[in-house]
Design a protein around this ligand. Structure first.
Ligand SMILES: [Mg+2]
Length: 109
């Protein structure tokens, strides 16, 4: 197994979904998944604001990544393709300082 491969990650998460039959038990319901992703984002915030270990932060980030890749399965889109298309776009964007922090955006208004 190649741990660096997105497809291996996707297959592992598909196996996890299949193991618990997420497709037929509400585990792939998109609003539910958004709630779960929000919960994990909160755990990432908590890891940072409560000064928890880097290991804890990494575990919570992995939780969110697993949910995100699983959401690509549930909603049937190619996250890898979307990732590279978006990277191409954001690499062309300009940045500016906003309230002392850099922001990369389209800056439409
Ligand atoms: Mg978590």
């Amino acid at each position: 197994m190649n741990n660096d491969s997105y497809n291996e990650m996707l297959n592992a998460i598909q196996d996890f979904h299949d193991k618990h039959d997420f497709k037929n038990t509400g585990g792939e319901d998109l609003p539910y998944r958004v709630a779960l992703m929000s919960e994990e984002l909160g755990e990432i915030a908590s890891a940072i604001t409560k000064g928890k270990s880097k290991e804890n932060l990494a575990e919570e980030a992995a939780d969110l990544l697993i949910l995100l890749i699983g959401t690509a399965i549930a909603a049937d889109f190619d996250l890898k393709q979307a990732f590279w298309e978006k990277m191409e776009k954001i690499m062309l964007r300009k940045s500016k300082m906003v309230n002392g922090r850099i922001r990369v955006s389209e800056f439409k208004d």
